[in-house]
Design a protein around this ligand. Structure first.
Ligand SMILES: *Cc1c(COP(=O)(O)O)cnc(C)c1O
Length: 390
C-alpha cells in the first residue's frame, strides 16, 4: 500500500517522547558535580514529594515498576503455590513479576468498555489457592475498586495495584495506589512522570514499606544501622537475600522536577485527549470511553480500535501507514496469551479471554505526550485520516 507522507521524513514523531525541561537538566548537572550519584538526598526528596502528591505517609523509590511489583508481591508473603489474579490486557512485566515472586499468575478478562479487569471475571477465577489480586489501571482509567476491594475483603486477599499508567488517577476521591496493600508506579521514559528508569512503591502499612526498602537493597537492615548508632563507621547487617533495585540520585534529579509539573502535563494531555475525541468522532473507529463520574483519568494512553470490517484496513496495515507518515504509534497490548512463553508455560489461549484478545488485535495508541505541540496533534489526525482513506 502506498501512502503520501505528510510529515517530512526527518521529523518522525516519536511515540511517548517525554517532555524534559531545563530544571531537570540543571539538577542532573548539579548532582553530577556533587560527587553523590547513587541513592541519597535526591531520592529521599523525590520519595517525600511523591508521597505528598499521593496524600500518603511513605513511599519507597526503586529502579522500575517491575521491581516495585516484584518487591510488593514478596512483601505480601506470596510464593510458590499461591495464585495471583491479574489482567489479561497488560504489559508483560505485570505477569513476569508474579512469576519471579514464585507465585502462579491467573488471568481475568477485561470489561470491553473500560479495558480494565472485570470484577465478575476475577470472581470466576478464584480458587482455594488464590492469595492476591493485581489490578492494572489501564491507560490511567481507575479499575472498579469498590467491587475489587469487596472481593478481596471477603476472601482475605492481598491487593497490589499496578499504577504504571495511573500517577494522577483517582476513584471516588481516593488516589490510585492507596486502595490496595501496595501501589506500584513507573517513571519509565514513556510514562506520565519520567526518571529514565524508575519506580515507586506505596504501602498501606509502615512495616511493609520498611520491608520493601530492605528487600530492594540487598536485604541490608536499616535497623542494624540504627543499632550501631550515629558515630563512627556504621555496619549493616544482611537480614535476608534481597535485590539491587535502588533508585539513583541522578534519576531522582529528573523526577523531582517532573513531579512539580505533573498537573500541568496532565491538563495538556487532557486537552489533546479531548481534541482527538472531537476530531475522530465521525470516523469508523472505536474511541476510548469517557471517564466515569466520580473518577479521575490519568490520560496516559489514547487507544483507538481499528476493526478491519468497519475500516477496510487491518490494524497492522494501519500501524504501517501511520509509521510511513512519520507518526510513531503503540500497541497496548497484545493480550498476554498471545505471547508464546505464557501459552506454553500456562496453557492459556487468547480465545479464552475474548475481550482482551479482540482489543489486543485491534488497538492502536496515538501519541499523547505533554511534549506534543498543536501541529503535532494535527499531523497525527491527518495521518490517521489518510490511513483510513487508502
Ligand atoms: C510500564 C509498565 C510496567 C513496567 O514499568 P517499568 O518501570 O518499565 O518496570 C508495568 N506495568 C504496566 C501496566 C506498564 O505500563
Amino acid at each position: 500500500m502506498s501512502v503520501s507522507p505528510i510529515r517530512p521524513k526527518d521529523r518522525f514523531l516519536v511515540f511517548g517522547a517525554p517532555a524534559i525541561e531545563d530544571a531537570e537538566i540543571q539538577e542532573i548537572v548539579a548532582t553530577m558535580k556533587s560527587g553523590w550519584l547513587g541513592t541519597g538526598p535526591k531520592v529521599a526528596e523525590f520519595e517525600k514529594g511523591f508521597a505528598a502528591y499521593k496524600g500518603v505517609q511513605h513511599a519507597a523509590a526503586v529502579n522500575s515498576c517491575t521491581a516495585a511489583l516484584h518487591l510488593s508481591l514478596l512483601a505480601s508473603g506470596l510464593g510458590p503455590g499461591d495464585e495471583v489474579i491479574t489482567s489479561t490486557l497488560t504489559f508483560c512485566a505485570t505477569v513476569n513479576a508474579i512469576v519471579h515472586a514464585g507465585a502462579t499468575p491467573a488471568l481475568a478478562d477485561v470489561d470491553p468498555a473500560t479495558m480494565n479487569i472485570d470484577p465478575q471475571e476475577v470472581a470466576k477465577r478464584i480458587t482455594p489457592r488464590t492469595r492476591a489480586i493485581l489490578p492494572v489501571h489501564f491507560a490511567g482509567r481507575p479499575c472498579e475498586m469498590d467491587a475489587l476491594m469487596d472481593i478481596a475483603r471477603s476472601r482475605n486477599l492481598k491487593v497490589i495495584e499496578d499504577c504504571a499508567h495511573a500517577i494522577e488517577t483517582e476513584y471516588k476521591g481516593q488516589p490510585a495506589g492507596a486502595f490496595g496493600d501496595f501501589g506500584c508506579f513507573s517513571f519509565y521514559v514513556t510514562k506520565n512522570v519520567v526518571t529514565g528508569e524508575g519506580g515507586m512503591v506505596l504501602a498501606k502499612r509502615d512495616e511493609d514499606i520498611a520491608r520493601v526498602k530492605v528487600l530492594g537493597l540487598h536485604g541490608m537492615s536499616k535497623d542494624a544501622w540504627r543499632r550501631f548508632g550515629d558515630e563512627g563507621y556504621k555496619y549493616y547487617q544482611v537480614v535476608e537475600c534481597g535485590f539491587k533495585y535502588n533508585m539513583m540520585d541522578l534519576q531522582a534529579s529528573i523526577g523531582i522536577h517532573q513531579l512539580r509539573r505533573v498537573e500541568s502535563y496532565w491538563r495538556r494531555r487532557q486537552e489533546i485527549w479531548q481534541h482527538y475525541n472531537r476530531a475522530l468522532g465521525g470516523l469508523p473507529l472505536a474511541l476510548p470511553a469517557n471517564p466515569a463520574a466520580g473518577t479521575r483519568h490519568a490520560y496516559h494512553l489514547y487507544t483507538i480500535l481499528v476493526d478491519e470490517e468497519k475500516t477496510g484496513i487491518s490494524r497492522d496495515a494501519f500501524l504501517d501507514a501511520m509509521t510511513a507518515n512519520n507518526i510513531g504509534v503503540g500497541v497496548h497490548y497484545l493480550s498476554i496469551p498471545e505471547h508464546p512463553y505464557y501459552r506454553e508455560r500456562f496453557g492459556w489461549t487468547p480465545e479464552s479471554f475474548p475481550q482482551a484478545c479482540r482489543i489486543g488485535r485491534q488497538t492502536v495508541s496515538l501519541p499523547l505526550s505533554a511534549k506534543l505541540i498543536a501541529p503535532d496533534v494535527e499531523d497525527v489526525i491527518g495521518a490517521l485520516k489518510i490511513a483510513l482513506e487508502n
